[in-house]
Each structure stands twice: as C-alpha cells, then as structure tokens.
Write a protein that binds this ligand. Sequence first.
Ligand code: ZN
Length: 427
Amino acid sequence: MVPPPATGMHELLEQLDVLEKTANLSQSIADVQNVIDLLTTARDKIAADPQTAPLTLAKLQDPVKKSLEQAQKDIKPIYSGLNKYAKALDRKFKDKPIPPASNDALSSHPKLVNRAIAMHLLREGEFSVASTFVEESNRNPPRPEPTPGTPNPALDDSWEKDLAEVIFNSEKLQSHFKEMYHILHELRQERNLEPAIQWARERSDLLEARGSNLEFELCRLQFVCLFATQGRDDDNDASMEEDPRGLLAAYEYARREFAHFKGRYAHEIQQLICAMAYWQNVVDSPYRRYFYNNSAWEEVATSFTREFCSLLGLSADSPLYIAATAGTIALPHLLKLQNIMEKTRTEWTTQNELPVEIPLPPSYHFHSIFVCPVSKEQSTDSNPPMMLPCGHVIAQESLERLSKGTRFKCPYCPTESQPRDARRVRL
Ligand SMILES: [Zn+2]
C-alpha cells in the first residue's frame, strides 16, 4: 500500500518542528559574543598601555578569525532550515495574485489607516512603538490617492482629519491604556483584584447603566479567593477542610461588600452564602462551579477589558485585527469572484457593498442585516425593510413595485393590503 502523500499543512508543521529543533540562534549569538569579548578585552588592554598595541593586535588575529569561522559554521543549519521551510511554504501556498487595486477603498484614506495602526499598537500596549509611529506619520503626512469612489480625496477629508487628530494628539488615550494594562497585569499575573475593583467602583453608575455585571463579578471572585485560599498560605498542613479562617474572612467580606449588590444580585449572593454551609466539602456541593472554575480569572479579565474599552467608546477587540482577519477570510472568495468576473466580462458595480456573501464566524456579525426575499437586495436607509400587515417583510422598493400604489397581495401569503399599511422595520 502506498502511504498517502504528506498534505501541505502536515509538511509545514514537520518543517517547523525541524527548524525549532535545529535552527537555534543561541549558539551563533554565543559565537558573536565571544568575538565582541575578545575585541573589548584587547581595546581595554591597549587603552591601558598603548605600547602593547602591536603585540595585542597580532595576538588578536588568530582567535578572532577562528571565532568568526565558528559563527559561520554554526549559522549554516539555520540557513538551510529556513531555506527548506520557505520551500515548504511555497509549495503549500501557491503564489496567487491578490485582487487588483481598482476596488481599493482605503488608499484614499491613508489617515484612517494610520489611525487604525496607531490605535492597534496602543491597544496592544506597545506604547513606545505607537508614539514613534505617531511621531513619524506626523512628520510625513500621508498623501491620499484618488480612487474611482473618491476621485478627490483631499477635498472632503475634514471629518477624517478630526477623527485622526483624536488619536494623534492624544496623550490621554495612552495614559488610559496604561491604566488598563496595569489593572490587567495585576489580574492575570498577580491575581490581585483590588485595582480592578477600585476602578469598577469609581464607575459604578456608568457600569450599571450599561447593564454590566463587572463590579459584582470581581467582588464575587474576591469572595471565592478569600474562602478558598486564606489559612493555607502560612500553614501548609491546614487545608480548607480543617481551617475555618478562609470561611470567616469570606463571611466578613460578604457582610462588608455585598450589601449594595443585594438589589440586582440577590440570587447569586444567596448561592454564595449557602455555599458556606459546605465549607468543609465544597467540591461535592452544588456550588462547586463557583469555587473550582479555572477560567474565572480570564473571564473577569476579558469582562474588564470589554467594559474599559466601551467606556472609552471603543470596541473590546482592535478594529484593525478584526478587519485584517475578516479580510483574510474574504480573500479567497474575492479571488474567485474576480475570476468569474473576468470570464463573464462583468463589473463590480456596487460601491459600498461586496457583491458576494462572505461567510464570517458569528463573533464577526456586528449588525443585523435584512435581505429582501423578493429582490435579494440588502436593505439600506433609502430602501428600508417594510412589514406588511400579515407580518411578512420585504424591501420598500419591492413593495412599491408589487403594489404600484394600490391594494396588492403579499408575495408570501394570500393576505391583501394597502401599501400605506406597511410599516418600516428598524434593525
Ligand atoms: Zn404575507
């Protein structure tokens, strides 16, 4: 039996494995460091006593040559590994042309592109890279290029400028993100809830108005931590089963902090208090999920990031990351479309809409859209969805075409109605 050929992805992973095992730069770095050490020692020697210069330099030649040769030798497997990997990459990802720039909607908005990049860097916590980027793009302002949709990009860029300024002059935004990263660091690395609780408490009203549970989630985790860990730290022999100090600390905490959550979270608080009755054996209690939840810290960190960003008027994920990911998913579809359009000699006529549907994952669906079942067109502000008295919904233009202003029959059921009885649906 012939073994199946290694699939592209499998071969890539294999090569990557080889690369990681053999192509280790640490040896080469040590070689180079060796040369640097030889040179600096010689320099110090000559500086201390210039008379020794000829002898020191002569003595230096041989070891330096040898070290450099060693460096060359050690770096060879890295080159050949990279070479093989590159070839495997080429085999897997055949060179395909990317769609032409004729439908490029972004080259007329370089300021927005720069804004997205700067924003992304800030949101990733790369503050120094972000400020270098901002500084350099201020020094060399981008020049928008005309595209079919925006023939005079320099003319109407005032809103764009305003939007870009917000970030490019914003030290404040940077300090906001610094605060966010500080709190996230305390949460994830230090397992310290205090700064996050403090932050949420100061914005209690705003968070509550948004329907956020963040403050309570943080305090609940604090309660769980006190319950489960105190009494173990200083005395390793005493486990939670024997030592009630954790229980007492948690009880104290609940009495002090849970009062102002009573209105919204009465049920959750009841559960936490009931769990105390099982303090010697929480694992087997119905409340286990509160106390043995490995992802609890990550959950509050994600929840915190989301609330922090939304109070700044930003989405929780970097828009640049989302756009790039969605674009990567869309690319194969657009290439296929381009092929079809070339063969059938058709053109992409809709300016602000993609002519094909792109299957994005549910987390990438941000707005509900309506596609008219009659015309198959996506609804717009000028062609909104309209609900007929029978409950069926079609686009306004389809309604006008079907009814011609008089009584007409719904295309999906036998109900007849007047066009004026249809009501606009807002999504
Ligand atoms: Zn109907």
